[in-house]
Design a binder for this molecule. Sequence first.
Ligand code: C2E
Ligand code: CA
Ligand code: CA
Ligand code: CA
Length: 275
Amino acid sequence: AKVGGRNQARFYDCSMSRDLVRRREIEAELRAAIQRDELSIFFQPIVDLETGRIRTFEALVRWFHPEKGELRPDEFIPVAEETGVIVTLGNWITKQAARAAATWPEDVTLAVNLSPLQIRAPGAAIGILAAIREAGLAPERLELEVTESLFLDDSESTGAFIEELSAVGVRFALDDFGTGYSSLGYINKFPFSKIKVDRSFVSGPKVGRKSDAIIRAVAEMGARLDMAIVAEGLETIEQVRAVSAAGCTLGQGYYFSRAVPDYLAALLLAQERNP
Ligand code: C2E
Ligand code: CA
Ligand code: CA
Ligand code: CA
């Protein structure tokens, strides 16, 4: 059948407005979802590639919607960012995650993802510290994952935020490394303790000699600058072996575990410590 320009335009209009309607719905419901207890925090382990032990759990938010089913963060975090709901949501996530983390052995740390908007909200640093204090988690056990998009505008307030929290022991990880721009400048400027190499360097069509050389170079830089290098998205033993050989010290991915609810995270830690 012939596809007319008109039909095509109508098709796009229709799907665009459907998308908009869905976004509006998500926005309205997101505010209520916290109260209704539809959101929960899952935890994915980040393991020491040499010993296999869990060093950190990354908090990843999940939304179990009564009608729509499980919504992925990629669907609602961007809406939360556009509408500013992320500030309330982010504080809630940090507090919930810190409560779980406070029950873990002290050498296990908590990683929380931060959106740029959360950092720019007034009193952002104080809010995060209040949340973890209330939960009973020491600042040294908190690690904030940020992406390069954080630095695109207003790097001054971002700098102040990072300095303020670093001063009390909170650590920072540069997330999705290799997918943005001029990352080396940020690494030079801000005190990151960890770099997370994006999973596109580990699996997928672009993986090969080049990506392997890039991981090696990043690992070498990490060793020299005293930063841990995490390989993200490890799904197979071959990938684990390859990134270990390339010099990454930490790994995360389905090969080890998906993100799990808090009681399973606690169980994983208990099994590891009392085999
Ligand atoms: P991210 O921070 O890069 O988180 C890693 C994502 O990769 C998670 O998806 C995780 O489930 C997935 N993943 C982990 N291992 C593997 C693997 O081996 N293979 C594959 N294919 N995927 C793997 P998730 O939970 O859907 O989160 C997606 C993104 O949503 C996150 O990317 C993060 O940017 C954002 N996000 C999640 N939770 C939060 C949150 O609490 N706050 C904020 N601001 N953003 C969040
Ligand atoms: Ca992350
Ligand atoms: Ca990532
Ligand atoms: Ca990501």
